[in-house]
Each structure stands twice: as structure tokens, then as C-alpha cells.
Design a protein around this ligand. Structure first.
Ligand code: AMP
Length: 120
């Protein structure tokens, strides 16, 4: 797994406002926006504001405030998009075996249909 954060990854560019995103919510800890290639009727990405490569990097190196703040945004977005009643799936790919494409930590929020098995 990469160990040095790439400041030119696409989500870093979105955070710097260099490329646009379809924003849902933003605060000091995280930004939530729609995935450009949705795999479900609702497909949102939540990314922390800090420079973390993966879940592993984030949970090892972020402060408790950053970690709590980030996960509160995941829940806020689920609530804001009215996903609580029917449910939703959160997924994070970490490294090459999970096919992580973008090396900035992100949680996918997938919803809007029955999501089926975790791996089909
Ligand atoms: P992962 O494979 O877990 O790293 O997921 C990366 C996700 O980022 C994929 O679902 C892509 O469709 C999504 N993605 C890539 N570029 C953009 C972009 N510019 N705006 C929104 N989503 C993007």
C-alpha cells in the first residue's frame, strides 16, 4: 500500500476546489458528494478534510475529533438523504486487493435498492 499521500489525487483536487463535485454536505471535518459513476440509485462519497490515504491511515493517524467528526458526517448525510428507514450500506476499499482507486480515504454510502450480498 502507498505510504505517502499524493496531493494530486482527484479528491484532493475536489477539496481544493480545483475540480467540481456535486456537493451534499460539508463542514470542518468532511465533504460529501455524489459519486460520478453511481453503482446504486444513491451513491455518495464522504471524504475527510485531512490528508489520509485510507481507512487504515485515517484511524491510525487522525485525531479523535477528526474521526468522530467524519463519522458524524456519514450519519448526517444518511439522515439528510432520508436513508434511515430503508437502510443503506457503507463501504470503504483499502488498498489493492479491495481495488481502492482513489488514494484519499473515503466511505461510499450506497442505497435506494436492496443491496444484496456484500460480495456477489
Ligand atoms: P474506490 O474504488 O473505493 O477508490 O472508489 C473511488 C470512487 O470515486 C469510484 O466510485 C469513482 O466513481 C469515484 N470518483 C472518481 N472520480 C470522481 C469524481 N471526480 N467525482 C465523483 N466521484 C468520483
Amino acid at each position: 500500500m502507498e505510504t505517502k499521500y499524493d496531493i494530486n489525487n482527484i479528491f484532493a483536487k475536489i477539496l481544493r476546489g480545483e475540480i467540481p463535485c456535486d456537493k451534499i454536505f460539508e463542514n470542518d471535518f468532511a465533504l460529501a458528494f455524489y459519486d460520478i459513476n453511481p453503482l446504486a440509485p444513491v451513491h455518495v462519497l464522504v471524504i475527510p478534510k485531512g490528508e489520509y490515504i485510507s481507512f487504515d491511515d485515517f484511524t491510525t493517524n487522525a485525531s479523535a475529533d477528526e474521526i468522530i467528526g467524519f463519522y458524524q458526517v456519514v450519519q448526517t448525510v444518511a439522515e439528510k438523504l432520508d436513508l434511515l428507514q430503508n437502510g443503506y450500506r457503507i463501504v470503504s476499499n483499502i488498498g489493492k486487493d479491495a481495488c481502492q482507486e482513489v488514494p484519499h480515504y473515503h466511505q461510499h454510502i450506497l442505497a435506494g435498492r436492496n443491496m444484496g450480498a456484500v460480495i456477489s
